[in-house]
Design a protein around this ligand. Structure first.
Ligand code: NAD
Length: 426
């Protein structure tokens, strides 16, 4: 399949996810010939909140943390997007993640706009009490925008079911009654959905299978490399292992492990539960995260952070297909290089959409107080992911563009069409 060759970009785009997100949007807007006013409006977030708030630490001191919540678009409905706890969180990162959520939700036909939030902190250096205090205060700071009809957070890097439970409880305490639908990715016991924890990784594994089918590649025995062994990466690795792939390398923030014959992923999961990292898994060679990305494999699944595959290493990537579990792992410059080298990149807004799809199921179940079985969730997720893949693959072939451009065209087009029907207020 021919790929569109993008115009050369300034190197600094690699370093800034917001510059990346806006550049990707510009390309889609150009292809769609969007009118200037529409383009200017969709190119920036509707709302941006920055909050500085105090937390009492266990040693009696008070520390001030900075958090964000950005709502990129409310055109299709309430905003939806995860909360990230990571030392590198800043406004530009949150803006980019919020914009990608808008296109992802539109692409998957979910009635949401995009949002994202985060707090600049290292959650692994906070005690459970400090983490709870930080979460409850942050939730209070952004409570004016949160709500099941306005803005619905979910987990992302560094947050989990427990953090969502504290956010839901804090919001509910302020209201005076329980509001489960205000967040998704909650524990089952308080209105979470069956299958949500696995949803993003499951979606990634479905997309790997569909990409293999479309490219005429086998799955059984094919080498797979996964960067990041958190919620997304570990589930994707396990499901691909169960599907018969040979998962040869995985990593986390501490480093990676490589075994060309294939890793026993359930054993790696047990090792992580026991030691906190994939590092030093018996029988595997150590590799750095940078080396891991360049290992020979058929499928590479980046599932950690953005900006991992750049103009600096794209020429050395030996994967045949990249399926983006993470948001924004490939920069626009790297996209160009990979396209020239014939590497197929299945973009984040499709590949990792399983998470928000099941978050949508969770929200619907909470609003109706009527819960579905895990089989029902998995069946519906599977159908939506396969349909999404087929639509994008067909458009990419018809328009002779990359899968990313095709996905962005579909996402942006849907939001733009809705905006035109709604009109500009007042
Ligand atoms: P997580 O916190 O559960 O796991 C992140 C993993 O990445 C951990 O293994 C961590 O050690 C590793 N990591 C962190 N920094 C790293 C670095 N510099 N180099 C290598 N590894 C590093 O987070 P997650 O929820 O699995 O999210 C991973 C990615 O997937 C993010 O880009 C996130 O935005 C995206 N995503 C998550 C969801 C979801 O439902 N959780 C949905 C869609 C997309």
């Amino acid at each position: 399949m021919d790929r569109d060759v993008l115009t050369p970009t300034a190197p600094h785009v690699s370093d800034n996810p917001w510059a990346m997100a806006q550049r990707q949007f510009d390309q889609a807007a150009e292809r769609l010939a969007l009118k200037r006013g529409l383009r200017e409006y969709l190119r920036v977030p509707e709302w941006e909140f920055t909050v500085h708030f105090p937390v009492k630490m266990d040693d009696g001191t008070v520390r001030v943390f900075t958090g964000y919540r950005v709502m990129h678009s409310t055109v299709l409905g309430p905003t939806k997007g995860g909360i990230r706890y990571h030392p590198r969180v800043d406004l530009d990162e949150v803006r980019a993640l919020a914009m990608w959520m808008t296109w992802k939700c539109a692409l998957m036909h979910l009635p949401y706009g995009g949002a994202k939030g985060g707090v600049a902190c290292d959650p692994h250096r906070l005690s459970p009490r400090e983490l709870e205090a930080l979460t409850r205060r942050y939730a209070t700071e952004i409570a004016i925008i949160m709500g099941p009809k306005s803005d619905i957070p979910a987990p992302d890097v560094g947050t989990n079911e427990q953090v969502m439970a504290w956010m839901m409880d804090t919001y509910s305490m302020h209201r005076g009654y329980s509001v489960p639908a205000v967040v998704t990715g909650k524990p089952l016991a308080i209105g979470g959905s069956a299958g949500r924890r696995e949803a993003t990784g499951r979606g990634v594994s479905i997309i790997v299978r569909e990409a293999a089918r479309a490219l005429g590649l086998p799955l059984a025995g094919e080498p797979v490399v996964v960067q990041g062994f958190g919620n997304v990466g570990s589930v994707a690795a396990r499901l691909l292992h169960e599907a018969g792939c040979r998962v040869v390398a995985v990593s986390d923030v501490h480093g990676g492990i490589y075994h060309p014959g294939g890793l026993d992923i359930p054993a790696v999961e047990r090792h992580v539960r026991a030691t906190g990292s994939v590092v030093a898994f018996p029988g595997a060679e150590p590799v750095t995260n940078a080396e891991l990305l360049e290992l020979p494999c058929t499928f590479l699944v980046p599932a950690a952070l953005e900006g991992q595959i750049t103009w600096q290493n794209a020429g050395r990537i030996r994967a045949r297909v990249i399926v983006e579990g993470a948001n924004g792992p490939t920069t626009p410059e790297a996209d160009e290089i990979l396209a020239r080298r014939g590497v197929t990149v299945v973009p984040d807004i499709l590949a990792n959409a399983g998470g928000v799809v099941v978050s949508y199921f969770e929200w619907v179940q909470d609003l109706q107080s009527f819960f579905w079985s895990e089989e029902e969730i998995t069946r519906r997720l599977e159908a939506i992911m396969v349909r999404g893949f087929q639509r994008i693959w067909a458009l990419a072939e018809a328009e002779r563009v990359s899968l990313r451009t095709a996905a962005l065209i579909l996402g942006v087009q849907r939001v733009a069409a809705a905006l035109m029907r709604r009109g500009i207020y007042p």
